[in-house]
Design a protein around this ligand. Structure first.
Ligand code: MG
Length: 163
């Protein structure tokens, strides 16, 4: 049985914060505002994994109000979500994420992001895709006020889905 999951996340971009995407720190004059390190790609991937197994969402498992996750490395959250999925008997087949922002340009950081995500998910990087798109000046991802990410994943378990 194969199941797919979808995730989405968005954060404000502000001065005085780091910009961390897929576990990689990106040099830029602004960073993403959030309780954890605000890694928008990691959070979208977390929700995709949880969604594939119908395990709710990231906020439900790791609430913003919990001081344990203040400035947390979101790669730890991603590892924890992968663990939750595996505990249900699933293997992660592949993940695919898209970051949406006009600036900074991200192409040169994508191999590092793929390698880091693959390491955390214990996958070969062949099964980890990361893409970056612009929105041509439109909306919060185009005017510099925010950044968004979308993600999907497939997970597999050797079992029929009938009750
Ligand atoms: Mg988030």
């Amino acid at each position: 049985m194969t199941r797919v999951g979808h995730g989405f996340d968005a954060h404000r971009l502000v001065e005085g914060r780091r910009l961390v995407l897929g576990g990689v720190e990106i040099p830029f004059e602004r960073g993403a505002l959030g309780h954890s390190d605000a890694d928008v790609l990691a959070h979208a991937l977390c929700d995709a994994l949880l969604g594939a197994a119908a395990l709710g969402d990231l906020g439900g498992h790791f609430p913003d109000s919990d001081p344990r996750w203040k400035d947390a490395d979101s790669m730890r959250l991603l590892a924890a979500c992968a663990q939750l999925v595996r505990e249900r008997g699933y293997a992660i087949n592949n993940v695919d994420g898209t970051i949406v922002v006009d600036r900074p340009k991200l192409a040169r950081f994508i191999p590092q992001m793929r390698a880091r995500i693959a390491e955390v998910l214990e996958l070969d990087s062949e099964f980890v895709s990361v893409k970056a798109k612009t929105s041509e000046g439109m909306g919060y991802t185009g005017d510099g006020s925010g950044i968004a990410a979308h993600a999907v994943c497939a997970i597999e378990r050797e079992e029929k889905r009938e009750r």
